[in-house]
Write a protein that binds this ligand. Structure first.
Ligand code: G4P
Length: 294
């Protein structure tokens, strides 16, 4: 099944994003630590105007720590980029972000000369959570609109930093189906854009290949089934997702499995690794080039 999710008004949103970037000193891009490539947006790469960029690998509490370290090394090779894994819900962890902002704009942060920062990211990566934690107060959830609100307020963090209270909303690149399925698995794409059973099958296949022990232990399976469909059926039985007659309700099983996976109940899991991702993207580009030349 093809996942499609096309937002409108991209041109206007891009203009607003470019304007917002002109007015800030440090760009804070929030990525999901479990899928840092799929949760990024290449437009920001093209618009950063050589401003220092911090890639926050958020939801670090849910991601595989070994893989996250590999992503940090990978991002830190890029010029002007600093990577910081954290959990936006933890105030103590977000303090490192403040320190890093101050280090990256040493000439700012004085009276009359504040350090201006803004948070960017695709929906559901934790932008609002991060802003709320940094601001130390509860603010309204920002709607998922494809634009940067022009009447954005500024929050004085009282440490020389002024933060826009409205995040720059970016859209994920959904043209790559693997990216779309990973985003759906993580919960970044809402229910209307996906078929739970297809995403459940994708996630089951991934877990069987990459984290077989985690899934076996969590669902107390003596051995792993051979196929993703059999895996979902086994999970459905374990979770009591049954229909009359004793068969498994695969849709409900998928929903329950994805809920547990997203909440980190099965264990800390990352859906992509930097080296594999580079190889996969190069293959995809080569394929696209062949198609264009055919
Ligand atoms: P957004 O502004 O980028 O759209 O994301 P938002 O902050 O609304 O966060 C999306 C979901 O991710 C929320 O869960 C939020 O609690 C969760 N989240 C954000 N940061 C972290 C983190 O570091 N670790 C974990 N584990 N979760 C995080 P929700 O279920 O949609 O809302 P809620 O019930 O938690 O309020």
């Amino acid at each position: 099944m093809t996942i499609r999710w096309y937002p409108g008004h991209m041109g206007k949103a891009q203009e607003q994003m470019a304007e917002a970037i002109r007015r800030i000193d440090v760009i804070i891009e929030v990525l999901d630590a479990r899928l840092p490539s799929s949760s990024s947006n290449h437009q920001l790469e093209e618009m950063h105007r050589n401003k220092p960029r911090i890639k926050v690998l958020n939801k670090n509490d849910l991601a595989d720590p070994v893989v996250t370290r590999a992503w940090v090394r990978n991002f830190e090779r890029e010029s002007g980029v600093h990577a910081l894994p954290l959990s936006a819900k933890q105030h103590s962890e977000t303090k490192q972000l403040i320190k890093l902002c101050q280090r990256l704009a040493p000439n700012r942060g004085r009276p009359g000369w504040p350090l201006r920062a803004m948070v960017f990211g695709i929906p559901n990566v934790g932008k609002s959570t991060l802003i709320n934690t940094l601001a130390g107060k509860c603010m309204a959830k920002v709607g998922d609109k494809p634009a940067i609100t022009t009447c954005a307020q500024q929050i004085d963090l009282r440490n020389g930093i002024i933060l826009s209270d409205t995040p720059g909303l970016l859209w994920p690149d959904m043209s790559d189906q693997i990216v779309a399925y990973r985003l759906a698995t993580s919960g970044a794409i809402g229910a209307s854009a996906l078929d739970y059973t297809c995403v459940g099958l994708f996630a089951a296949e991934f877990m069987m290949q990459r984290y077989p022990e985690l899934i076996r232990e969590h669902y107390k399976l003596s051995e792993l089934p051979d196929t993703a469909a059999a895996m979902l059926e086994a999970i459905g039985r374990r979770l009591g997702c049954l229909i009359t007659g004793g068969g498994v309700d695969i849709h409900r099983a998928s929903e329950a499995f994805l809920r547990e996976l997203r909440a980190g109940k099965i264990g800390r899991v990352s859906f992509e690794e930097p080296d594999q991702e580079a190889v996969r993207m190069a293959d995809a580009e080569e394929e696209a080039e062949k198609r264009d030349n055919a």
